[in-house]
Design a protein around this ligand. Structure first.
Ligand code: ASP
Length: 436
């Protein structure tokens, strides 16, 4: 049994957190490959080391002295090293870092040092081999991730070591230039390492006990989702549920490796299992609810629209040519509505509307702003009757007007549009009707 364990920034913010992490790793023989993030916040107003690095690099770019900010970053690491009682000095590493910041060798290099240095400490503390991600994780010249080269080199390298620490978040181009994933990207590294070693499980340790059925800022103490499929997770994270980096599912999903979200501060909790498919029934029919505010509906009307071949294509080309992606397009006989992100659309609204007129000659176009979309997601909906009825009942009881309904034929989710101001109440009422 081989497991990859990734620890997020809050799990590694202090020596005390490092000790919890080491207890977790030592409690299970199969936790052989460790992917650390950079130290995160120790308390709510604290600054993540990654942000300190970005700021420090910017200060250097303005030609100002970075002595103080480098010292502050160093102090974060020394606090950990001393708290763990390690015989380790990062003095040389910080000399190199400071010089490279002044020489402005790259902002991605700057950001990556958070994980790099944390990886050195972690490897030293655990007695595992340190594998610099810049030597095993590769990006193409255009900045995209090079999955095949990475898998080839990384799997070969990790075959030759029993236990290793591979820092998260970064890799390098073939010319050695360091490149990072987008923020939160250590999750992606964990997944890539899991694929390379053909892990049985990818454990992603964070500061929550898994995915919640609904946003805890809206629903009081929501239930934890025990098992979720990759598809369900895609739907929920697209709609704003963030625990795991969106791209982290792709490398492991293809290999059939499950991801287990766990809580470093509550290791006894089982967390959430993310799997390709499962026979396990969801306890509440629905798996989760997520949503976003800030949509505009572009309502287009034209008599005899239903018989005009190519009407939809003409309308959508007006959005495409202005670089605007659409979310949903519910339609009627003579109407078609396009849901778009309000802020994105606002900038180009007149251009888009004149293009719709030019290509599709509609009778009228009306805009409705300040709408929210809510996704009710669940593999359990497919075999159950009355899910939509229950949602509508909940919303009617809460006196909420439904602006739009959309259910794909996969029956995995139902999307509901409501006014922004009804958003929180709508989520609460849907949660309450399903979750007992
Ligand atoms: N340290 C990076 C960030 O703050 C990457 C990560 O934590 O996954 O975004």
């Amino acid at each position: 049994m081989k497991k990859v364990v990734k620890f997020g920034g809050s799990s590694l913010a202090s020596a005390e957190q490092f000790k919890k992490v080491s207890d977790i790793i030592r409690a299970d023989e199969s936790r052989k490959f460790v992917v650390p993030s950079a130290p995160g916040k120790r308390f709510p107003d604290d600054i993540k080391v990654t942000d300190m690095l970005y700021n420090c690099y910017r200060t250097a770019s303005e030609g100002k002295s970075i002595k103080d900010s480098v010292e502050k970053i160093k102090a974060r690491y020394n606090e950990i090293i001393n708290g763990l009682g390690l015989d380790l000095s990062l003095d040389y590493e910080f000399e190199v870092l400071e010089k490279n910041f002044i020489d402005q060798i790259g902002v991605d290099y700057a950001a990556s040092r958070g994980e790099y240095l944390n990886g050195i400490i972690m490897a030293n503390y655990l007695g595992y081999e340190f594998v610099d991600a810049a030597t095993v994780i590769f990006f193409n010249d255009d900045g995209t991730f090079n999955a095949s080269l990475t898998n080839e080199i990384l799997s070969k390298k990790l075959e030759s070591v029993e236990r290793a620490v591979v820092p998260g978040f970064y890799g390098a181009k073939k010319n050695g230039e360091v490149k990072t994933f987008s923020r939160g990207g250590s999750d992606v590294t964990g997944s890539i390492v899991a694929k390379a070693i053909k892990a049985d499980l990818y454990e992603n340790w964070t500061d929550v006990s898994g995915f919640l059925v609904a946003d805890p800022r809206i629903v009081n103490n929501p239930q934890v989702i025990t098992t979720i499929t990759y598809k369900e997770l895609r739907e929920l994270s697209y709609m704003g549920a963030t625990v795991l980096h969106e791209d982290a599912i792709f490398p492991v999903r293809k290999e059939g490796i499950p991801i287990n979200i766990r809580n470093t501060n509550a290791p006894q909790d089982e967390g959430t299992m993310i799997v390709e498919s499962t026979c396990k029934k969801t306890p509440n029919i629905i798996t989760g609810i997520a949503g976003k505010k800030g949509f505009t509906a572009v309502n287009i009307e034209k008599d005899m629209m239903n018989s005009e071949i190519g009407f939809g294509r003409k309308v959508l080309s007006a959005f495409e040519e202005n670089g605007i992606s659409f979310e949903h397009t519910p339609s009627g006989i003579d109407t078609m509505t396009i849901f778009v992100h309000q802020t994105e659309f606002e900038e180009k609204e007149q251009l888009v509307m004149s293009a719709i007129h030019k290509y599709a000659s509609p009778d009228s176009i009306e805009l409705e702003t300040d709408l929210a979309l809510i996704a009710v997601v669940g593999r359990g909906m497919k075999s159950n009757r009355g899910t939509a009825a229950k949602i509508f009942e909940a919303l009617a009881k809460a006196n909420i007007n439904i602006k739009m309904i959309d259910q794909g034929s996969s029956e995995l989710n139902i999307i509901i549009g409501v006014r922004n101001e009804d958003f929180e109440n709508a989520i609460k009422s849907i949660y309450n009707i399903f979750v007992k």
